[in-house]
Ligand binder design. Sequence first.
Ligand code: UD1
Ligand code: CA
Length: 464
Amino acid sequence: MENEKLAAVILAAGRGTRMKSSRSKVLHELCGAPMGRYPIQAARAAGADPVIMVIGHDPENVRNAFAAEKILFALQHDQLGTGHALLCAEEALDDYAGTLLLLCGDVPLLTGATLSRFVQQHRANQAAVTVLTIHQPDPRGYGRIVRQGGEVLRIVEEKDATDEEKKITEVNTGIYLFETPLVFHLLHALGNGNAQGEYYLTDTVHMARDRGARVGAVSAADRQEVLGINDRVQLAEAEAVLRRRINDAHMENGVTLIDPAVTYIDGTVEIAADTLIHPNVHIRGQTLIGAHCIIEPGAVIDDSHIDDHCHIKAGSVIQGARIGAASQIGPMAHLRFGTVLRGHNKIGNFVETKKADIGEHTKASHLTYLGDSDIGADVNIGCGTITCNYDGVGKHKTIIEDQVFVGSDTQFVAPVRIGRNSLIGAGSTITRDVPADALAISRAEQKNIEGWRLRERKKKTEEK
Ligand code: UD1
Ligand code: CA
C-alpha cells in the first residue's frame, strides 16, 4: 500500500506581477471562489492528503482565504524559484514517503479526473518523476521538453534555451508527480547557475535521470485544463471555461438556461429540475433554488433559499433570504438578510424587506419597506406602507398579526403590535398598538373649502 499514498504541494508564493494587483494571484476569484481553491479541490478529488500550499506573497490573506480548506501552509520568504519553493514544503510533509503531486495555484482548470489518470500513468510506469506536458503551437515563455529517442532528457527554460530548443512545441505545464524522498534529495543538491539565477524545479528531471531513476512525461489531452493565469485576460478566459462547466452541469440536471454564456452561477449553487433561468442572472454563494422556478433577467441572488414554483421577476436583488414555495417577487424587489417568506407570498415592485418574517399568502405588492417585522398570514400590506423601525438609536419591531388589512400609505412607528383581523385606514401613522378586529385610523379629518380656487384666481387677475 506504500505506493498508493498521495500528497500534494501547491505552489502559490509568487507575486503574480502581471496581474498588477496588490492581492496575491491565488485570491483573485473565479465563479465566486478564490483561484487557489480549484487546485486544492482537484488535488483532493485525486485523493491527495495532506495538501500543502507554499505561500510567500501576501501570506496572511492567503492563509485566511483557505483556512477552511483543512490544508497545511509552508512559507517561502523569498521567491528564489520553483525548486526552492517545493523545498520549503519539505518540513510540512514530515517525512512523508510516497507519491507527491505538484500543482500550481494559478492553474485552476485541472480536473480531479485528469489528475487521477496522471497518477495512474506515473505508477504504471514506475517513474520517479513524471511531467505533465502539452503541445503548444506558440511555446513562448514555457519550459521546453527536450527528448532523445522518445525519452525525456531534461526541461530547458525559454531564457536558457538554444534557438534549436526554442522550436520545441512540447512544453512543461508546471504539473508533476515525484517520488519522495528522492525529489528532496535532488532539491538539496540543486544549483541556481542559470539565466534567471533561480532554483529551477525543472532541473530535477535530468538530475533524476543522472541517478538512473525513471523519468516520464504525459501529455495532457485538454489544453484548456492546463491554462495558467498570468494576467486578467487569462483570468476572464478561465472564468468563461468554468462558467460553462457549471452551467452545463445544471442543464444536464434539467435546468433551462436560455443563454448559458451570460448566466453567472457560482460552483456552490444548487438548482432543481425544470427551473428556467433567463440571461444576465447572477446566483451566488450558498444558494438553493427549487424546482419549477422562473428567474427573470437581471436577478441577483446571494446566499438564499428559494422553494419550488417561485417566480423571481426582472431586476430583483435577493440576499440572505428564504423564500417559501409559489411566491412571486418583483420586478425590482429587494429582499435583504433575514427575510423569511413562508410561502405563496407576493412581494411586488420597489418593495424592500429586511429581517422580516412574513406569513403564508401575505402580500406587499408595491412601494413598501418592511424591516424588523413579524407579519402573520393572509395580511395585505397596502402600497407605500413603511415600518419606521429606526429611531436614530436602536431598531424596533413591528408585529402584524394574521388577516390584517393595511391601507395604503401607512407608517408603523415601531415598536408596535397590530392585532389580528384589524384594519388600518389608508394614510395612517400608527404609533400605538391596535387591538384585534378594530379599525385604526389616524389621519387628520378632511376639510373642504368651497370655491377657494376660484377666489384665489380672481385675486391674482386683479393684482395684474
Ligand atoms: C514554470 C516552469 C516552466 C513551465 C511553466 C508553466 C520552472 C523553472 N519553470 O515557469 O518550465 O513551462 O512554469 O507555467 O519551474 N512559485 C513559487 N515560488 C517561487 C517561484 C514560483 O511559489 O519562488 C510559484 C508561482 O507562484 C507559480 C508557480 O510557482 O504558481 C510557477 O511559477 P512561475 O514563475 O509562473 O514559473 P515560470 O517561470 O512561468
Ligand atoms: Ca509564469
